[in-house]
Write a protein that binds this ligand. Structure first.
Ligand SMILES: Nc1nc2c(ncn2[C@@H]2O[C@H](COP(=O)(O)OP(=O)(O)OP(=O)(O)O)[C@@H](O)[C@H]2O)c(=O)[nH]1
Length: 345
């Protein structure tokens, strides 16, 4: 049972680029009168997600209600960052009625749920639900499954190898913690793929969890909020690959930022990022760049080889127009080669 005196919090998790920020933005824009606040955590931050959310254009959604945590993955900075951020929101003159917490795409949600049992906050907040956003197209393409050929080669080399696929582990941890799963990017799935992916998700979770399909993460706030799971009291039902560990790290993944030169034609930089993504198996790119003669900056979002770009807002007076691109991939990225490929230098 959820204690009605506690402020409900919804944790929105899901792998890199699944559509978490898109979902949070949609909820903010369709809040149905709820006073919401957001804590948003980015891995490899150039402040893209926070800015997208602050630009939601809703009058009732004040900037002070959107807190960015960019000091690493939220699951590892609970004491230093997350708990103080939550306390800060609760101390606002008009405290939120519901808090959305967007984790980074590499965060494990369970340590965050556990944090709700910390004495400093335990009596004041509860996890209303863990919503896991899934990139349907990425799952359908086998992004998180083991590559059978690679696995065979690994095992031939060392039969005792405890096989470990970091992408799959993060993805599964996020599924296993869920109270609701949003199968997003339905526009990129045919009916057969959708059924297959739903079947795979259900098979991966030992308890019954509802899966809803969405495009652009457009779901009614009433579906997402008010689940009343009190997940912090239900940790045993949410197994994690990292249960046995005192601490975990994110060494399996690399991130770095590339300074981008001003471009004359957006098509060139987009083509270069696409090529670098393909050549180096990059998981996620996001950032912005100045285009010669344009008063707006160009926002670039890449999830695997699928790239989207749009002029998102005018440059602010006095603002640095230095373009920046965050690159995230599995450990071992060839940073120098990627910088050369993207900048054309
Ligand atoms: N085709 C398609 N693209 C989508 C959909 N939902 C989101 N996207 C796009 O996917 C990209 C990533 O979306 P985000 O909402 O930023 O994903 P995220 O999970 O917050 O990403 P990280 O915070 O980097 O992990 C953006 O370019 C979105 O426009 C969808 O339903 N269909």
């Amino acid at each position: 049972m959820t204690d009605i005196a506690k402020v409900p919090c919804t944790i929105i998790t899901g792998f890199l680029g699944a559509g978490k920020t898109t979902l949070v933005r949609h909820v903010l824009q369709n809040a149905g009168g709820r006073r919401l606040a957001v804590i948003v955590n980015e891995f490899g931050d150039v402040g893209i997600d926070g800015e997208i959310l602050k630009g939601c254009g809703i009058e009732s959604c004040k900037e002070e209600s959107i807190v960015e945590l960019s000091n690493g993955c939220i699951c590892c900075t609970v004491a230093d960052d997350f708990v103080p951020a939550l306390e800060g929101l609760l101390a606002l003159a008009e405290p939120p009625e519901h808090i959305l917490i967007e984790t980074s795409g590499l965060a494990l949600p369970k340590p965050l749920v556990q944090a709700f049992n910390w004495p400093a906050i335990a009596s004041r907040v509860t996890v209303d639900g863990v919503v896991t956003v899934v990139d349907g197209a990425a799952v359908a393409a086998g992004r998180f499954a083991d590559d059978p050929e690679a696995l065979k080669a690994q095992q031939q080399e060392d039969a005792s190898l405890d096989h470990d696929n970091p992408l799959e582990e993060v993805y599964e941890d996020q599924l296993l913690c869920a109270d609701l799963i949003v199968l997003n990017k339905a526009d990129l799935l045919n009916d057969d793929d959708r059924q297959r992916v739903i079947g795979e998700i259900n098979a991966a979770i030992p308890r019954a969890v509802k899966v809803v399909t969405a495009e652009g993460a457009k779901l009614d706030a009433d579906v997402l909020l008010g689940i009343k799971a009190a997940a912090e009291n239900d940790l045993a039902a949410r197994p994690s690959h990292h249960d046995a560990e005192e601490e975990h790290d994110h060494d399996d993944f690399d991130t770095f930022i590339i300074d981008l030169p001003t471009v004359n034609d957006p098509a060139d930089i987009v083509a270069r990022i696409k090529q670098a993504t393909a050549d180096h198996d990059i998981l996620r790119t996001k950032g912005f760049v100045e285009v010669t003669g344009k008063p707006m900056r160009l926002l670039i979002q890449g999830v695997g080889q699928r790239l989207q770009q749009q002029f998102d807002r005018p440059w602010k007076p006095g603002e640095s127009r230095q373009g920046r691109l965050v690159v995230i991939g599995q450990h071992g990225l060839d940073q120098d080669a990627i910088v050369r490929a993207v900048t054309g230098a």
